[in-house]
Design a protein around this ligand. Structure first.
Ligand SMILES: [Zn+2]
Length: 381
């Protein structure tokens, strides 16, 4: 269902441009199928999600057929799947759940995915050796976000495991895979860190009370305390560390854009108006700065420009902030100015043109925003 939002008549050009851009991106992925994609959201399942949106926008049979083909490719891969959202079964689960609206038969696939994930969750939890265990990209947080893609869920085993991890910082302290010889760290980002766990609890559960509410409230307080004031804006380091030299990128995956979007949604869910107001003000201050000051790389959702546009729009939609809406549209325009679809190497939802295209269609009201939950963001409405 297309969403309505305050896209001013002067932005009709942006809307048309986003549509044309997304169709070109879809056709490029159709004509040059990526080699060896994973089954998850950064692979087949993500392409299926983009094709579903393009089918809705254009009514074109080629996109409808491609959506079904990519879901089939994801379901029939002969590997031993991980539970991960971006590389494994949970990505397939989420997109199949959205596809039930047009094809009831996908409910069987969703049930099979849920049963598979449930079978991987029976062991007693133990301290994580890697953030893959609990994070949004590959772990329990992403799996829980996939379960809550279309409707709030009962607190179950996934929420229980995330609460267990959050109870003791030692349980989510682990070496960064790129720096295995460094001392273990507590990761603060949305993609791999504590912000992703907080997003999963506060975006999916039908009742935020008891242990999950206590864990979320404690995490929210701590996440706010780890901020660093930089005069005209606040930033978050990627990890808690006294010995590492850190960057202060403000992106979706690491830093202020993603963290503030999570803080805002968590504060609203926990009825903490003061913290919600802090997050909305801080996001406005961030959005008012020049994009160069955000220290991003590229235009994709992960650490790129369009990821920030989604973060701005998520709070804009919740608060009605005209400044954040126009920042989101300004960034969307900048993305289309910079991206040459013929020459963009990455095609995934997380790191490439399918994510850029889907975000543009969503920001300009062409398609529904439920998928934003998979990125730990409250969908725009
Ligand atoms: Zn990133």
């Amino acid at each position: 269902m297309p969403i309505s939002q305050p896209l001013a008549p002067s932005n009709a050009r942006l809307r048309d441009r986003a549509r044309a851009f997304a169709i070109e991106a879809g056709d490029r992925i159709l004509s040059e199928p990526p080699l060896d994609p994973s089954r998850g959201l950064n692979g087949f399942a993500g392409f299926a999600l983009l094709f579903a949106a393009l089918a809705e926008v254009t009514g074109a049979d080629r996109f409808t057929a491609a959506m079904h083909a990519k879901l089939r490719d994801a379901a029939l891969m002969e590997d031993r799947p991980s539970i991960g959202l971006f590389g494994g079964i949970s990505g397939l689960r989420a997109v199949a759940a959205l596809a039930i609206r047009s094809e009831a038969r996908y409910s069987k696939l969703v049930a099979q995915c849920d049963a598979y994930v449930d079978r991987q969750l029976t062991e007693q939890p133990r301290k994580a050796e890697s953030f893959d265990r609990y994070d949004l990209i590959s772990g329990w947080s992403g799996a829980l976000l996939a379960r809550g893609i279309d409707a709030p869920v009962e607190p179950g085993r996934l929420a229980e495991l995330i609460v267990w991890v959050l109870e003791d910082p030692d349980r989510w302290r682990c070496p960064h895979p790129l720096r295995p010889d460094d001392p273990p760290v507590n990761d603060l980002g949305l993609a791999h860190g504590v912000s992703g766990m907080l997003a999963a609890l506060t975006l999916t559960l039908n009742r935020l009370e008891g242990e999950p509410a206590r864990a979320a409230a404690q995490t929210l307080r701590e996440l706010c305390e780890w901020r660093i004031d930089r005069g005209n804006r606040v930033v978050w380091p990627p990890v808690i560390s006294t010995h590492l030299e850190q960057s202060y990128r403000s992106a979706w995956c690491y830093g202020a854009a993603g963290v503030l979007a999570v803080i805002h949604n968590a504060a609203v869910a926990l009825h903490d108006g003061e913290t919600a107001a802090f997050a909305a003000d801080a996001m406005q201050a961030l959005a008012a700065q020049t994009p160069d000051s955000w220290e991003l790389e590229g235009e994709a959702i992960c650490h790129g420009l369009i990821g920030n546009a989604l973060c701005f729009a998520s709070i804009a939609s919740a608060t009605g902030s005209a400044a954040l809406w126009s920042a989101a549209f300004r960034v969307a325009e900048r993305v289309m100015d910079r991206v040459s679809l013929k020459h963009y190497d990455a095609v995934g939802l997380l790191d490439g043109i399918s994510g850029i295209a889907l975000a543009l269609l969503t920001l300009t009201g062409h398609t529904g925003a439920a998928w934003m939950r998979l990125f730990g963001l409250r969908p725009i409405s």
